[in-house]
Ligand binder design. Structure first.
Ligand SMILES: *[C@@H]1O[C@H](CO)[C@@H](O)[C@H](O)[C@H]1NC(C)=O
Ligand SMILES: *[C@@H]1O[C@H](CO)[C@@H](O)[C@H](O)[C@H]1NC(C)=O
Ligand SMILES: *[C@@H]1O[C@H](CO)[C@@H](O)[C@H](O)[C@H]1NC(C)=O
Ligand SMILES: *[C@@H]1O[C@H](CO)[C@@H](O)[C@H](O)[C@H]1NC(C)=O
Length: 391
């Protein structure tokens, strides 16, 4: 056995070194070896080729999808170009882009101030929900007759199927969702996912984050005018010199984020497009929060207020347009159910006698939305919308 192998390699070498290739009869060992090794190389080539092309296909598919998602929207633009008045929304929000692919696509911005089509700015309503959506009938009444001025996006638990009639504004508006848990950075991920999906529609101009326990307290035209014409985004932001404020800052975030820049605020934001793009595109500061803001630091209460304070302070109103009642203290706000819903209560949310600044002028309208409401509040609210809220 060993001798045979030695002989074979000797023959090979001699053949290679000293003999020019000449046609020979039969299958001498050297040719056999060469044939076998060529075969091995060939098979290896085919196998790696297949493997590579599998990778290529996967890559290519994700590229086509990115391209495809771009064409969905440009098709819509074309329709607008050819004289369509309202923006046709894609009928299904599902896609298989990863967060990285999605954020990359959403981070693209037009460099021309003018749109080559008649762009009617829309308000994107971003709903972050855990499951059932009890106030869908109330919101549907709010949206009635406003087609073309709003769009809806819903982030749920990954496997949750929202069941609403085809006529609902929520029908087919679920986006690919991931698990979220209270107080963790996964909430910020879900917010970015909602923003990014909504950014793909070029007509969305303002982006408001809401939960399943939120309700509107003014009619759509009021909400639309208020948001579209505001020079500021409505993000609560304050510097709290207490353990639950500055106490949550981590020195590991320095020197990129300094203590004096640290802010706190409710996660229920309202953003204009420019700020939404900036937040979706930010990896640097987001990564610091992901790494160093862990309980009892809550990224959803600090990341956006701090980031905006650092770079876009002048564009934020530092107040929220979503009313909430913290007057009872504790870690959770008061929740209102059926017995609490009265004319006076709703009127006091809409205007409690105080004034807020809007485009640097005082206004009696401080809040457009309110939380938190229990499902039992739905029926009494539906009874009162036309008398109190004008829809
Ligand atoms: C909000 O706070 C920022 C500082 O972060 C400030 O520059 C800005 O003027 C404030 N906005 C308003 C509307 O007062
Ligand atoms: C709602 O009404 C119930 C029954 O009257 C009362 O016990 C509860 O405190 C009220 N809740 C709030 C948040 O006002
Ligand atoms: C009205 O709302 C503001 C802002 O939430 C609050 O500070 C104030 O105490 C309220 N005033 C009344 C009279 O309820
Ligand atoms: C709603 O209004 C209807 C008709 O006015 C009334 O019968 C019903 O009791 C009301 N429901 C609630 C919860 O107020």
């Amino acid at each position: 056995m060993w001798n045979k192998m030695k002989l074979r390699s000797k023959l090979d070498r001699e053949e290679a070194d000293y003999f020019p290739p000449t046609p020979r009869k039969g299958w001498p060992i050297g040719r056999l070896v060469r044939f076998v090794s060529l075969l091995v190389v060939f098979i290896a080539g085919v196998v790696s080729g297949l493997y590579g092309s599998a990778h290529y296909t996967r890559y290519f598919n994700s590229q086509t999808e990115l391209f495809f998602s771009a064409t969905i929207y440009s098709t819509n633009c074309n329709k607008e170009l050819s004289g369509m008045k309202s923006f046709v929304q894609p009928t299904n929000m599902m896609h298989s882009m990863t967060d990285d692919e999605l954020f990359w696509r959403a981070s693209m911005v037009p460099k021309m101030g003018e749109y080559p089509f008649n762009r009617v700015p829309k308000v994107a309503f971003l709903f972050m929900t855990g499951g059932p959506f009890p106030f869908a009938p109330l919101w549907d009444r709010f949206f009635t007759g406003q087609k073309g001025l709003y769009s809806v996006y819903v982030h749920t638990l990954p496997d949750y199927k929202l069941s609403v009639p085809e006529t609902s504004a929520f029908y087919g508006r679920q986006i690919p969702s991931e698990e979220t848990s209270w107080g963790s950075v996964s909430l910020v991920d879900a917010e970015k996912r909602l923003l990014a999906n909504a950014l793909l529609d070029f007509s969305n101009e303002r982006f408001v984050l809401l939960s399943e326990s939120c309700i509107p307290v003014h009619n759509f035209p009021t909400v639309y005018e208020y948001l579209i014409n505001s020079a500021h985004s409505f993000v609560e932001s304050y510097d709290e010199n207490a353990p639950q404020g500055r106490g949550r800052y981590s020195g590991h975030m320095a020197p990129d984020i300094k203590l004096y820049q640290w802010r706190k605020g409710s996660q229920w934001f309202e953003l204009h497009r420019e700020l939404a793009v900036n937040i979706v595109s930010d990896y640097k500061y987001y990564s610091l929060f992901r790494k160093h803001c862990k309980p009892s630091c809550y990224p959803d209460e600090h990341y956006i207020p701090t980031y905006l304070n650092m770079f876009h302070g002048a564009l934020t109103a530092n107040r929220s347009v979503t009313w909430v009642d913290w007057s009872r203290g504790g870690p959770h706000p008061a929740r209102y159910g059926a017995p609490n819903i009265t004319l006076e209560f709703l009127r006091s949310i809409r205007n409690n006698g105080t004034f807020c600044l809007y485009n640097s002028m005082p206004t009696s309208i401080c809040f457009l939305f309110a939380r938190k409401f229990a499902p039992s509040a739905l029926e009494p609210l539906l009874n009162l919308t036309s008398t109190v809220m004008g829809f």
